[in-house]
Ligand binder design. Sequence first.
Ligand SMILES: Nc1nc2c(ncn2[C@@H]2O[C@H](COP(=O)(O)OP(=O)(O)O)[C@@H](O)[C@H]2O)c(=O)[nH]1
Ligand SMILES: [Mg+2]
Length: 295
Amino acid sequence: MAFRSGFVAVVGKPNVGKSTLINALVGKKVSIVSPKAQTTRNKIMGVLTTDNEQVVFIDTPGIHTAKNNLDKFMQDAIASATVDVDLLLYVMDGSKDFTDDDIKNLKKYCGQGYPIFVVVNKIDLGSYESIYPRLAKLNGIDGINEVFGVSAKKSTNLEELKKAIFDKLTDTIKYFPNEEITDKSIEFRIAETIREKILWLLNDEVPHGVGVVVEEVKKENEMYKISATIYCERESHKNIIVGSKGAGIKEIGTKSRQAIEKMLGKKVYLDLFVKVKQNWRNRVNLDEFGYGQND
Ligand SMILES: Nc1nc2c(ncn2[C@@H]2O[C@H](COP(=O)(O)OP(=O)(O)O)[C@@H](O)[C@H]2O)c(=O)[nH]1
Ligand SMILES: [Mg+2]
């Protein structure tokens, strides 16, 4: 069989499980996951390579209304991710009823020149009786090629989905070497891992204004020495992050270090700093926070 490859954009509302799905399809963690909206901020590629296929999945931030420059960057990431793809996966949360807005959003992608699979995720949370009427809402929408009910968390029906994705690939080029699972640098992945722990540990308001910058990654003997700064928007947020007697930052540090060690397969020494940078999400230049250009 000739080698097949291609790019597949993964879009949908926040929290439907886009990043979880890509991690499950790739088989390794390439994109952070949390129960909070706007966890993913960048366009992130996750690469699945088999003997006969290579799929480059493009993870995107969830579709939402832009309120600041970071939001605009995120919306731009979605737009640029859907250019020149072989297939678009539109992910929906099957544990909830589909609203008119959900259907309206889906329809925006229809008729744009690429095939569309609607992936109804989180079927582990519902019964067939509850999910079936939701699927019926998708009937008769022009431009949908196939609908899959899956659980990204439990890996249900992912093999069927993978096979169908392979059948839509139109390239023959191997874009990434076999062992490469993402387009992102190690610094980026470390910064994201720290941000993920903050998303899980802190309340709603604080993490949305957090940006993480990795200053140094140094390999010393058999371990990595890493230093990173957590930027937040207010003094009160800094106090929450640091916590009473430093308990907060200590927990963020421990959880982050463990996850980074798992990712790198080496011992890690992690130094974390917390700084306030007011209104940084509205700066014109977001480069230093990892939100430079969407190409
Ligand atoms: N029960 C269940 N939860 C899921 C599934 N997929 C994702 N989640 C959860 O949904 C939340 C959002 O997931 P995430 O991948 O960050 O969503 P994204 O914003 O669309 O990228 C997280 O808490 C995930 O653990 C699934 O198949 N079943
Ligand atoms: Mg995500």
